[in-house]
Design a protein around this ligand. Structure first.
Ligand code: GN1
Ligand code: MG
Length: 348
């Protein structure tokens, strides 16, 4: 279903009437789900905003189980935040059920939708201008991991099996090359060769997990800088969002993916590669923040492999972008035909 065909008023009507609907507008940051801010006029002439989101069921094939994860995780976080004297209505997400009482609205025709609170007086960052902001994001992601350290990991569904299993991503990539569904293979020869030369790196983290040399933890798995909300008054990270990929994983996935995105001196889809590099200043700032909140619980291997994880998660993401380019842009949202190839190049 294309975005233009979406009947948003119909979807809004599937959720309780929080007031008179003043309007709605899309947020276009994410590569996967469709997100809208919906504004209602409530008693006293005030307006209240909510976040309406369509779960991309092409990517998340088990939305009901996914929402089960989200309910469990947010309930757990809420308790911990309250106990620490925080404000759970701003420091984690709250799911607002549909009219039928379910935590989502789903039909064959409309797809799967959910409603969250909109955390007011916050902003997200796509490109850093100071290491302090990155350190603040690190404190948030580190704290997120710490708060979930005692979450019953066996109750979590794998919302995307093998999500950060890099050898499995490598294999998918080889399959994509084999199929060459888009016919674009010939236009990405240097990038393809770059990946093929790095097969050996792919299994390092998964092998250590298999051998018990790294612990399995509850991890976020999509620790992009723009998945932290910063408070407009304090400029501190206060809320970790995008909980769809919270699954059992390695802390190294979360660290590596944060560095991949945030410590890049340019954006993920910068076309001028001379602007793309790893900022060691940002890297250090992130390490400092991350170790401050998550450090106590990390094992020696989890610390030793931090730099390697930054490399591997960046490679993995590049493999996924390039694979999607070759598959014909069937996974990530793209704005123009070469978008996934451009993204892959920045990663490599
Ligand atoms: C996707 O949904 P979003 O934009 O936060 C992707 C991540 C990638 C990221 C690359 C479920 O994240 O794995 O690292 O794009 N999420 C999923 O920017 O595949
Ligand atoms: Mg996101």
């Amino acid at each position: 279903m294309s975005e233009t065909n979406l009947n948003i008023p119909k979807i809004i009507a599937a959720f309780p009437e929080y007031g008179e609907v003043i309007g709605y507008k899309p947020i276009t940051d994410g590569h996967i789900n469709d997100t809208y801010i919906v504004e209602y006029l409530v008693e006293g002439g005030k307006s209240v905003r909510y976040l309406l989101q369509r779960i991309n069921t092409n990517v998340f094939k088990m939305p009901v189980e996914l929402m089960d994860n989200v309910m469990g995780i947010t309930a757990h976080l809420r308790k911990k935040i309250e106990a620490a004297g925080g404000d759970p209505s701003r420091e984690t997400l709250t799911v607002y059920p549909a009219k039928d009482g379910k935590n989502y609205y789903m039909t064959e025709e409309d797809g799967c939708w959910r409603m969250y609170n909109f955390v007011e007086n916050t902003y997200s960052i796509n490109e850093l201008t100071s290491p302090e902001d990155f350190k603040s994001a690190a404190l948030s992601f580190g704290n997120f991991q710490k708060l979930l350290a005692d979450y019953p990991i066996e109750t979590l569904y794998d919302t995307i099996p093998n999500f950060h299993n890099t050898p499995s991503r490598f294999k998918d990539f080889l399959d994509a090359l084999e199929r060459n569904a888009s016919g674009r293979k010939a236009s990405a020869k240097p990038e393809i060769d770059f990946v093929l030369a790095r097969e050996k790196d792919c299994g390092v983290i998964t092998d250590m997990l298999d051998k018990g040399e790294l612990p399995l933890r509850v991890t976020h798995n999509d620790t992009k800088l723009n998945n932290v909300l910063f408070d407009k008054d304090t400029n501190k990270g206060i809320c970790v969002v995008d909980l769809d990929t919270v699954m059992p994983g390695s802390s190294l996935y979360d660290f590596g993916d944060s560095i991949r995105f945030g410590a890049n001196t340019a954006s993920e889809d910068e076309t001028d590669l001379s602007k793309v590099s790893l900022s060691l200043e940002y890297f250090e700032a992130y390490v400092e923040g991350y170790l401050k909140t998550a450090g106590d619980s990390l094992t020696e291997n989890e610390i030793i492999y931090l730099p390697f994880a930054a490399k591997l998660l960046t490679l993995e993401c590049g493999i996924r972008f390039l694979g999607d380019y070759i598959n014909g842009d069937v996974y990530f949202k793209t704005d123009y035909p070469e978008h996934n190839l451009i993204r892959a190049r920045t990663q490599f």
